[in-house]
Structures are given as structure tokens and as C-alpha cells.
Write a protein that binds this ligand. Structure first.
Ligand code: CP
Length: 316
């Protein structure tokens, strides 16, 4: 594996899932694979789970890890080709990424969208520039449009909780939030579920349709109650509007997931990528109750990252 930015970089999804679950059984079994190899983790946005689980995954493989909060600790970065850098930016991404590529064997990068210009965000220009200039394998730690390590961990969690031979109904249910949130997690989850053996239903208020490239083939409805009927998994997530890009169109308070709504489901398990706004997106009663899988998802982040890093190390 030379890069990991979406499900399309995975040639054999079932095998990757199997490998991640095997690594979970014995996390140290490939401790010598990453010896003398360095993982650089570059963050332009905050993180708890991605940062720590990816470090842990690399340490399990025997790698050295360097972490840099580039937005706070690096020089102000210029990304425009041909820019006359007589303003506030100090270093061009061409040099910054190339230098980091000299220090690291694999680089992970997290960069959120600005939610101002849809074409710019959806072009994934920053990720692509890193891939071009760093010249080492790149792992997306969440980009403008996708969060593939989260989605792999979500798929592992569904696999572990689904009886063999069952094709579960999985509902991605929009949730309220106090601010505009990117579409990355929802896009990515929808894209991964389309590649998995599940029935995917997406439900959201009017105006919150995701880009068709991620939802094609899924059932999409604005009727949340109808969507929840007989669901085996409910993935709760907020996202801002894609069509009215980056806008919050409604407070959507009635869309918060509660035990009352879960009564419509097939005793569904509830998922969320975290961090979660308690009693805004999801009620305390669900998060503190037996149907929540949120901590299992967070735990599986380590083994998702470890499976991806292992494949990259094997390909160096
Ligand atoms: N789910 C997730 O990516 O969490 P962090 O933003 O804390 O990394």
C-alpha cells in the first residue's frame, strides 16, 4: 500500500479487516517490522483518538514516531503554486513536505476543510500536495472529505458485533450540533459501508444531502423514524450542508438520538466517531447505556491504523 486516503486505496477490504482483527488479538506480533523506520504525524487540527491510536499502532510495530502540530509549531505554510511570498506565509509546502519526507519513512497528515469553498475543499489540494512533494507513503489522518482510519475502525466494530452470515441494516443518522462540522466522517462512512456487506440507509433533514459520489446505491430519506425501523446499527453524526456549502440550515433538535427513537430499531447498537456533544447529538442515556459502541470504535482505531501501517511497511 503506497497511500491510504480512501477505501479506493484498499485492494482487498475483507483481508484488511481480517488482518486488523488478528492484530487486535496479538498487537506485538510484528514488533520488528518497523524497526529503524520513522512515522511522522502532522496535525493541522486538534485530535485525541487519531493522534494517540496511530502512535500506539506505530509503537506496536516497533516504529519511531515524531508528531508535529504544524499549524502551531511550524512556519506559516504557503500552498499556492507560484505565490510571491512577501506576506505572512514563511515556508512553501514544496519544501516543508519534501523535508519531512526526508526525515520520515511514512507520513500521516490531518487537515480539515475550511468549509468556505467547496471546490477547493473537495479537490483535497493539501493532501495531494503532500503526496506529490513528500515522496513517501501518506496516510490520511482525516482530510477535507474523508476519514478512512475512522471508517476502517467502524467497519471492524460492525464485523465484531454482527453474527456470522447476517447482513445488518446500518443507518447513518444526521444529528444536531452547535457549529458547522465537515462532511468527512459521514462521506467516508457511507463510502466504506457501500463496499461492505451491509444495507445502508442515510437519513437527514432537508438540505443535508451528501455528495452523490459517496451515497450512490444507499437509500436516502428525510424520514428518520422510517429509516430507523429494524436497524441493527445507528451511526449518529452531524455534518454541515454540502449543497449550501458549510452552512448550518436548522438546529435540528428533534434529530438527537434517544432511547425512545431506538425503540423503532432491532435493538440497534449505537455508534459515533467521537468527540460527541452529549445531549445535543446523543443522549446521556444512550452513551452510558449497554447499546453504545463508541468506546469499542475508539479502541479499534489502533488496530485499523496498525493494519494500514503494516501494509505500508511491507511495501517500503
Ligand atoms: N474520531 C476522531 O478522529 O477523533 P479525534 O478528532 O480526537 O482524532
Amino acid at each position: 500500500m503506497k497511500q491510504y486516503t480512501s477505501v479506493h486505496d484498499v485492494t482487498d477490504l475483507d483481508a484488511l479487516v481480517k488482518e486488523a482483527l488478528q492484530l487486535k488479538e496479538n498487537p506485538s506480533q510484528h514488533k520488528s517490522l518497523g524497526q529503524n523506520k520513522t512515522l511522522g504525524l502532522i496535525f493541522l487540527n486538534p485530535s485525541l483518538r487519531t493522534r494517540l491510536s496511530t502512535q500506539k499502532a506505530a509503537l506496536n510495530l516497533g516504529m519511531n514516531v515524531m508528531v508535529m502540530n504544524l499549524d502551531k509549531e511550524g512556519w506559516a505554510l504557503e500552498t499556492e503554486d507560484g505565490a510571491i511570498m512577501n506576506g505572512t506565509t514563511v515556508e512553501h509546502i514544496k519544501e516543508a513536505a519534501a523535508v519531512m519526507g526526508q526525515y520520515c519513512d511514512i507520513i500521516g497528515i490531518r487537515s480539515f476543510p475550511k468549509l468556505q469553498n467547496r471546490d477547493e475543499d473537495y479537490s483535497e489540494y493539501l493532501l495531494h500536495k503532500f503526496i506529490s512533494y513528500a515522496k513517501v507513503p501518506i496516510v490520511s489522518l482525516e482530510s477535507a472529505t474523508r476519514h478512512p482510519l475512522q471508517s476502517l475502525a467502524d467497519l471492524l466494530t460492525i464485523k465484531e458485533n454482527t453474527p456470522a452470515g447476517k447482513r445488518p441494516k446500518v443507518v447513518l443518522s444526521w444529528a444536531p450540533h452547535v457549529k458547522a462540522i465537515p462532511q468527512c466522517v459521514a462521506n467516508s462512512f457511507a463510502e466504506w459501508m457501500q463496499q461492505a456487506d451491509v444495507e445502508l440507509v442515510i437519513t437527514h433533514p432537508e438540505g443535508y444531502d451528501l455528495a452523490e459520489e459517496f451515497t450512490k446505491g444507499a437509500t436516502v430519506t428525510t424520514n428518520q423514524d422510517e429509516a430507523l425501523q429494524n436497524a441493527d446499527y445507528v451511526y449518529v453524526k452531524n455534518w454541515s450542508s454540502y449543497t449550501q456549502y458549510g452552512k448550518v440550515l436548522t438546529d435540528g433538535a428533534g434529530w438527537m438520538m434517544t432511547n425512545e427513537k431506538l425503540a423503532l430499531t432491532n435493538n440497534a447498537k449505537v455508534m459515533h466517531c467521537l468527540p460527541v456533544r452529549r445531549n445535543v447529538e446523543l443522549s446521556d442515556e444512550i452513551l452510558d447505556g449497554p447499546d453504545s459502541l463508541v468506546l469499542e470504535q475508539a479502541n479499534n482505531r489502533t488496530f485499523a491504523a496498525q493494519a494500514v501501517l503494516k501494509r505500508m511497511l511491507e511495501n517500503l
